[in-house]
Design a protein around this ligand. Structure first.
Ligand code: ATP
Length: 342
């Protein structure tokens, strides 16, 4: 078998899970490249994961880099910050640079309506969506559009409360979603189109300010200080679930992959995450899917308890991506893991 990894470079944008992606790529024998904004390159220099560092004034300059990426056989691995860097899906679709994953599935992730259709078809339980504030008949969470990281989300249980709390958010687009009382659980999967197998890589819960710290002060102080909860994410914490919950976790992921193949040719490939709330009855409510690597995998750069069961070496999700590219190159099936949108 010839070593084709040396013909390719793996690159990503400097933020989110880039350290993990580049470390994983290097562990699999690829050269690595980071594309970062000026003034934000220090982590990639200090942690020594990048063979090349490209600095941009703005991610708007990405198209100017395109020819170089093509000439140097650079495979871009997308992550959460990728989509705010590319102004829209159209811009990403127009790019001819090699791209890991299936671009065709992205519109299904980006539109909340399409996401719900996908998850419902997979037979998952979803929180209810209220069409208008007057329909509110129980606790709900108001979420704004765009990857704001949960900033400013608020809770309401009546239309009056909603109208009061929405005041500072004039002109923002929002959805009103049933608030599920339970424990948040984010499950990180990897689906390989080469083996047809779904892997559970790891799980996390988010560390959000200020909801995760509000309990440090008494309820009386919370009221006296007039504190509103906010869900701005600042980090991620590892979670391992009761083993008896695993069969359902696998079957949820498998259904999502199965349905994705009916939605678009090639379907969902590589890493993805189901974002859930688990109720006291241990029922899963899925409120979102991320069709790419999530930052919740970052605590597992050295592998997770689950990948430790399956692999003989530390296997992060970032490394699993690089492994998939390597296996696809070796078996001449690269078109199964790099699927363009056009
Ligand atoms: P992403 O970056 O994944 O798009 P986001 O910024 O849209 O995330 P969410 O993940 O949707 O934010 O939600 C932020 C917080 O609200 C999380 O703590 C999540 O667990 C919680 N949450 C979201 N939806 C619900 C719900 N329906 N019921 C209860 N809690 C919820």
């Amino acid at each position: 078998m010839t070593d084709k990894t040396s013909d390719y470079k793996i690159a990503t944008l400097g933020s989110h899970s880039a350290l993990q992606i580049l470390k994983g790529a290097r562990d699999e024998g690829f050269k690595t490249m980071i594309i970062a904004l000026k003034g934000r390159t220090q982590p990639y220099e200090s942690f020594k994961v990048a063979d090349e560092i490209i600095e941009l004034e703005s991610f708007k300059d990405l198209p100017g880099l395109e020819q170089r990426l093509i000439d140097e056989n650079v495979i871009l691995v997308p992550h959460g910050s990728f989509f705010s860097a590319y102004t829209d899906l159209e811009a990403l679709n127009q790019s001819d640079a090699l791209y890991f994953g299936n671009k065709k599935i992205l519109p299904w992730e980006q539109s909340r309506t399409k996401q719900r259709e996908w998850l419902k078809k997979a037979g998952l339980t979803l929180p209810k969506i209220y069409d208008k504030p007057e329909d509110i008949d129980g606790p709900c969470i108001i979420k704004f559009y765009g990857a704001g990281g949960g900033k400013g989300y608020f809770l309401a249980k009546t239309a009056e409360e909603f109208y009061e709390k929405i005041k500072p958010h004039k002109d923002k687009r929002y959805i009103i979603q049933q608030y599920i009382v339970g424990a948040p659980l984010y499950v990180h999967y990897f689906y390989s189109p080469l083996t047809g197998e779904l892997e559970v890589m790891s799980m996390d819960k988010r560390y959000e300010t200020n909801v995760d710290s509000i309990g440090r002060i008494s309820a009386k102080d919370q009221l006296d200080l007039n504190i509103e909860s906010s869900y701005n994410i600042m980090g991620n914490l590892p979670v391992v679930v009761r083993e008896s919950m695993l069969p359902q976790i696998f079957s949820m992921g498998e259904e999502v992959v199965k349905v994705s193949k009916k939605l678009e040719p090639g379907g969902l490939t590589g890493p993805f995450c189901l974002e859930t709330i688990v109720t006291p009855e241990l029922e899963f409510y899925v409120f979102e899917i991320s069709a790419r690597i999530v930052a919740g995998t970052n605590p597992y750069i050295n592998g997770s308890p689950y990948t430790d069961l399956r692999y003989k070496e530390p296997m992060s999700t970032g490394r699993r991506v690089a492994r998939e590219i390597k296996l696809a190159l070796e078996s001449d099936e690269i078109e199964k893991v790099l699927i363009n949108g056009n």
